[in-house]
Ligand binder design. Structure first.
Ligand code: SAH
Length: 469
């Protein structure tokens, strides 16, 4: 079976990373037609051949293969009790409900899972991100503490590759007190992360009731802590990373109607009791406040959770220093209905068999930028292709190829590169976006008052062409 990325990447089994070390009850108005892309019926739409890094497998879970899943029963009970729920509530329940959520108890990544992501495709991806963090750490004054914070770390592969770079550049980082902080809701994935990143000899410390629910030591001796919420991560000079994380956060969906904006809700189909359907709220809902007054689209998705996280990151970076690097598929405030599901490496009806498929919506980078509220500067989005090129992916590929005599390894390296960089694959569908302190940019407010003799800050790597000085 081919492996599809959530952004629509096509088959890449062969390119999979070599030897991977690794919810006022209201009656809604039925939306007769599917809500844009989210009304996808399996088989009704041809999958764009190359799209985001999530692919859905299945075919294995017999109990869950029936469309009447435990999650569907839970949602029906909820809707019967309180009325139709927002798409955001639907998404939150389906993905992260502590008992039955899609993300909580399964490993959905990789060829045997439901989707694949860039770090799972090529080690070069994580290595270049590692270089980016070191570069920003150096450009912001080589702080004596270096907190690497990853939101939604999946299998821990990306952090593992970054830590390998840190080890290799140990002489550069030697005076810095490095620690790793992983924000993860999934019990299953946190166990996999621990297996990937820690030394089995040093037992993990577990405390399910604590905000820091697990602690361990990396293979290179770096302390690692696990949290469910970003708010619990210690404040301090930190470098934040979110790869394919914002797209799984719950979105509210709104449709413009002759009566004004109406929120899309999820209800039980009155004709078929085990089926859900989209309806429009009969009147305005509070979430409508998120829509910009000058909005020109007729359908919008808004992700308030993303806004809260960006505000928190911005506040932290402005106060304590550091940077945030966000990579995901998305748009700059131009797209409309992007809510979709994936199962078995195929597009999946978002309302069918909830809990058995991933749900995702494109990240609206213009919203992220607005939510930074000017506390920090934002860069991007730039395409993955441009970012990785600027980070020197070609040079790194050449070094790896030069050092490998094994034809299959060389082939995998080249196929992985193609998957990450090709415009028709992940190269132009994924974007990089960063938050940095204002003084990090040449026209930053701090810089304007700076001493004339001080050279302007170096460009932020990845967002500009490399200039060798
Ligand atoms: N970054 C990884 C995995 C992406 S999948 C990669 O690129 O390979 C999304 C990840 O976010 C998973 O680890 C999932 O368990 C986690 N996640 C989803 N919702 C979350 C939430 N609300 N808080 C923290 N982690 C979450």
């Amino acid at each position: 079976m081919g492996v599809l990325s959530r952004a629509g990447a096509g088959p890449l089994c062969a390119a999979a990373r070599a030897g991977r070390h690794r919810r006022c009850r209201v009656q809604g108005v039925f939306l007769g037609a599917p809500v844009g892309g989210s009304g996808v019926s399996p088989g009704a739409e041809v999958i764009p051949r190359f799209w985001r890094g999530k692919c859905f497998s299945s075919g294995k879970e017999p109990a869950e293969n029936s469309s009447v899943t435990p999650m569907l029963r839970h949602l029906k009970y909820k809707i019967k009790s309180t009325g139709p729920i927002t798409v955001a509530e639907y998404m939150r329940e389906v993905l992260t409900n502590p008992a039955k959520g899609y993300y909580v108890h399964r490993d959905m990544l990789g060829e045997k899972g439901d989707f694949i992501t860039s770090p799972e495709i090529s080690q070069i991806f994580g290595e270049l991100l590692g270089i980016w963090f070191i570069s920003e750490w150096m450009a912001t004054g080589k702080s004596s503490t270096f907190q690497l914070v990853e939101l939604g770390p999946g299998r821990g592969t990306l952090t593992g590759d970054i830590l390998r770079v840190f080890s290799q550049l140990g002489s550069v980082l030697k005076n810095s007190d490095i620690s790793v902080h992983l924000v993860e809701v999934s019990q299953k994935l946190s166990e996999i992360q621990a297996a990937t990143l820690t030394e089995e000899k040093v037992p993990l410390e577990r405390n399910a009731g604590s905000p820091v629910y697990m602690k361990g030591i990396s293979k290179s001796g770096i302390p690692i802590s696990w949290y469910r919420n970003l708010q619990d991560v210690p404040k301090g000079h930190s470098f934040y990373l979110a790869h394919e994380f914002f797209d799984v956060l719950p979105v509210h969906k709104f449709q413009k109607t002759p009566q004004g904006w109406r929120e899309v809700l999820v209800d039980i189909d009155p004709q078929v009791s085990d089926k859900l359907r989209f309806v429009l709220a009969p009147c305005a809902t509070p979430a409508e406040a998120f829509i910009q007054s000058d909005e020109t689209r007729d359908h919008v998705e808004v992700c308030p959770d993303a806004g809260v996280i960006i505000q928190e990151l911005s506040q932290r970076i402005a106060q304590a220093g550091g940077a945030a690097l966000i990579a995901d598929y998305g748009h700059d405030g131009t797209k409309t209905d992007t809510f979709r599901g994936f199962c078995g490496h195929k597009l999946h009806d978002v309302l069918l068999a909830p809990g058995t498929a991933d749900l995702t919506a494109d990240v609206d980078f213009s919203y992220l930028r607005r939510m930074a509220q000017g506390k920090v500067a934002s860069l991007g989005p730039v395409t993955q292709q441009m970012f990785l090129k600027n980070m020197g992916i070609d040079v790194r590929l050449k070094v790896l190829l030069d050092n490998s005599d094994e034809p299959s390894t060389r082939q995998q390296l080249v196929q992985g590169y193609d998957m990450l960089m090709n415009s028709k694959k992940m190269g132009e569908r994924f974007n990089f976006f960063a938050l940095v302190p204002h003084q990090r940019l040449p026209n930053g407010s701090h810089q304007m008052n700076a001493c004339k003799s001080k050279p302007p800050p170096a460009p932020v790597a990845g967002f500009h062409e490399l200039a060798w000085r």
